[in-house]
Design a protein around this ligand. Sequence first.
Ligand code: ASC
Length: 149
Amino acid sequence: MKMQHSLFALAVATLVAGAAVAAEPEDIIKYRKNVMKATAGHMGATAAIVTGKVDYKGDLADHAKAIQALTKDTAALFPKDSDFGDTEALDAVWKKNAEFKKHAQQVKAKADAFVKVVATNDKAKIANGFKELNDSCKSCHKEFRKEQK
Ligand code: ASC
């Protein structure tokens, strides 16, 4: 508890001071994995709603907006020096960086489109929008991630 408090105080102090601390690559990798896992969680929850396995339609817009927020700048999660260690990112992320960025942009575009389509309440359109979003995640993973899950 005490430890948590002091870490929190440090974080606040750092934010207030506006100190620009260069992040460790390991911390960046951990951070982007958490962002990806969070995205996967919302994708999984969305899939369960869209396929009718659960009846939480009221949550759909929240999941869509969360995915939109989490995918707004995927390329920024892959700075140059974060290409080693405990990561499933392939070298292609950096070697074919322009192509990688294009994929990341496409995921963002599909996530933006999905938020809009959810608002229409049109079941078929929602299912199609979700498929397009999922396919864009998949195509980027296929080319740029080691393990395909
Ligand atoms: C997800 C998730 C991924 C992608 C991928 C697409 O929901 O966690 O990694 O979509 O499975 O096929």
